[in-house]
Design a protein around this ligand. Structure first.
Ligand SMILES: [Zn+2]
Ligand SMILES: [Zn+2]
Length: 648
């Protein structure tokens, strides 16, 4: 390119409006550049460009071409077009802006998650022709659910149905998701399926191959290498494939003409994006369905309060199985109170196994079947509870969880000392620290069952599947392998450790983890849970009624002013930065400040709570406060999270 050519603007639409990759909050807007004549053809909306910005060259995306700029001053020319490949269409650009606004972040942060880095060699490879739509396929797999077949035909007809689906115990959910994708694709539309992790993705990938045949879908995951990931992504953005399954970041996959967004087990914290603006993939998909008019399917063994709220507001329909089908396929769940007799056997006593658990496991092993033992991960933050009835202790000022900090008990949200506490359930004035059961080791459990094969699955080494033979399978929540033919029994040990975490979501999350384990047990097989049968989450497991617990949680949170009825922001940083953000933010008048409380030796956290209706104003005010700080060049942006998944 010559310099003189650069000085000649394009004859038509000489203005390009760009989203420039600058992470500073006060520069979170679009910028206009002149398109030089020699780039008039390639400088299309959606391509990557390079521009000079504050004296240096930065990347950006062209979002629009315009005849004139509203900007009064002199405009600079585009420096160059990085590639003629269109990588950011209007639908994803709009979604990214909406996500940034909802979570108080910058567009450039969201675009960095939404559009993968370029891989030039892959871009040059020739593409394939899009395959023909598949045949609609059978809806029989969905016939156990009253509204199931109707939901699938609505997808096929492009009518954008929305449902929260509670899967049957032992359901082959990857097959059901694949059938929903097939119905959508048969109607000529695109489908986007999200799962929490690599293991689930492999299962859905296999199910999609069965349902659609080869070459009709791709997977997207951060664990795929950059070349393969970009190749799959290009096939989507070039409309060569209509069905996509992936993990968290695939929520932004540029699927053309979306007919369905689906997510499996939306309560999983793997869906929380760890980078700013920390959006939850479920909420991104819901927003996307809303913006594009696509159908939506939120499926799980359990139910999140957010999903319950979508049903409650009428946004989504309840898609559940008939009660008789649930009873016919559920395991037989029993609660073991923690004071239940420990087995008399010496080795079982070492593993602190209640006798009921020991007996159930023993007879299952003798019957030649595997036993699943769920043990908690380390590192839960326990809270304080009523010394008599075990109701979680809540702050009298803000209803936050009460925890033990240094010597005194105090609210973990607002820091208020809990000296005047009394139990709202039974009137007791003493609290007790919830004792987290000591970690049972696989060795201890193995010794309780001499001769049994012991296999472990956890964060370090996750097993995908185990065979049908007798074995003790010790797994942490989320790492339970699928057993061929189902487990004969499951022991969910240390239920209290899950239930009494100092998190707002403790009950919902305990039930989710228990159900995800119990659903792997064959129909009628014993499941023993180490927690009191009077606790609602345990009742929900025994009755296999996750929607009941989710609705109960939702109404309880509404009474206490908790999310999702309200919106919270957590500002976590060094004390000076937290104070600075709060001082700079023009918070809505309804905002209630809670804290700050220390997080560790150097960081502290302030919570801001507003009614749901003021959520957008809260997000905007905090984003503007980050902008005030970035304009002053005070260093890195403070960590500001809207709707934090955990509220500990
Ligand atoms: Zn009590
Ligand atoms: Zn409080």
């Amino acid at each position: 390119m010559t310099r003189t050519a650069q000085h000649e603007p394009a004859a038509t639409d000489p203005i390009a409006r760009l989203a420039v990759d600058v992470p500073l909050a006060h520069l979170d807007r679009l910028f206009d550049y002149l398109v030089p004549a020699h780039l008039a053809e390639v400088a299309r909306p959606g391509v990557r460009a390079r521009v000079r910005f504050s004296g240096r060259l930065v990347d950006g995306f062209i979002l629009e071409r315009l005849a004139a700029s509203e900007h009064g001053g002199r405009l600079a020319y585009l420096d160059r077009i990085v590639s003629p490949e269109v990588v950011l269409g209007p639908e994803v650009a709009r979604l990214a802006r909406a996500v940034a606004d909802h979570w108080g972040g910058s567009l450039s942060d969201v675009l960095r998650l939404a559009v993968p880095p370029r891989h030039a060699r892959t871009e040059a490879e020739p593409g394939a022709d899009p395959p023909s739509p598949p045949e609609p396929g059978s809806v029989d797999g969905w016939s156990a659910y009253s509204a199931g077949p109707t939901f699938l035909s609505a997808l096929r007809d492009g009518r954008a149905p929305r449902a929260v689906w509670t899967a049957l115990p032992g359901e082959d959910w990857p097959a059901r998701l694949a059938e929903a994708a097939r119905a959508t694709a048969a109607g000529g539309k695109g489908a986007l399926l999200l799962v929490p992790d690599r293991r689930d993705l492999a299962r859905v990938d296999a199910a999609l191959s069965v349902a659609l045949g080869e070459s009709r879908h791709v997977t997207l995951s951060a664990e795929t290498g950059p070349a393969k990931r970009y190749r799959n992504w290009l096939r989507i953005s070039r409309s060569q494939v209509r069905v996509v399954a992936g993990t968290r970041a695939a929520a932004y996959a540029p699927v053309a003409d979306l007919g369905l967004v689906a997510i499996w087990d939306d309560g999983d914290d793997l869906y929380v994006e760890p980078r700013a603006p920390y959006a939850h993939a479920r909420d991104v998909l819901v927003m996307r369905a809303h913006l594009t008019g696509a159908g939506a399917l939120l499926g799980a063994a359990a139910r999140s309060t957010e999903a319950a709220q979508l049903v409650g507001t009428g946004w989504a329909k309840d898609l559940v199985a008939r009660r008789s089908a649930v009873r016919g396929r559920a395991p037989a769940v029993r609660a073991m109170a923690d004071d239940e007799a420990v087995a008399r056997d010496e080795a079982a006593r070492t593993a602190r196994l209640p006798s009921a658990a020991w007996q159930a496991a023993g007879s299952t092993l003798r019957a030649g079947q595997p036993v699943l033992v769920q043990v908690p991960r380390r590192g839960y933050v326990p809270s304080l509870a009523c010394a008599r009835c075990r109701a979680p202790a809540r702050c009298s000022a803000c209803s936050g969880p009460v925890g033990q900090s240094r010597s005194a008990s105090a609210c973990r949200w607002c820091g208020r000392p809990a000296t005047d506490w009394s139990c709202p359930v039974c009137g007791e004035r003493r609290m007790r620290a919830v004792v987290v059961g000591a970690r049972r080791t696989a060795e201890e459990l193995g010794r309780a069952f001499p001769g049994a094969v012991v296999r472990t699955s956890g964060r370090d080494a996750v097993l995908d599947t185990v065979g049908p033979g007798p074995a003790i399978v010790v797994a942490t929540p989320g790492a339970e392998p699928v057993a061929e033919g189902g487990y004969g029994a499951a022991l969910l040990l240390d239920g209290w450790a899950l239930l009494t975490r100092a998190d707002l979501r403790a009950a919902e999350e305990a039930l989710r983890r228990w159900m995800n384990a119990a659903t792997l047990v064959r129909a009628g097989g014993p499941v023993l849970v180490g927690a009191d049968g009077g606790v609602p989450a345990v009742q929900a497991l025994v009755r296999w009624a996750p929607a009941w617990l989710a609705e109960r949680e939702l109404s309880e949170r509404a009474q206490l002013g908790f999310p999702p009825v309200s919106r919270f922001a957590a500002i976590t940083d060094v004390p000076a930065a937290v104070a600075d953000v709060i001082a700079a933010a023009r918070l809505p008048p309804s905002a209630q400040l809670l804290g700050p409380v220390p997080v560790d030796d150097s960081l502290e956290r302030m919570l801001v709570r507003v009614p749901r209706a003021d959520g957008a104003a809260l997000a905007r005010s905090l984003h503007e406060a980050q902008g005030v700080r970035s304009a002053r060049k005070v260093g890195d942006p403070a960590r500001v999270q809207l709707d934090p998944h955990e509220l500990i």
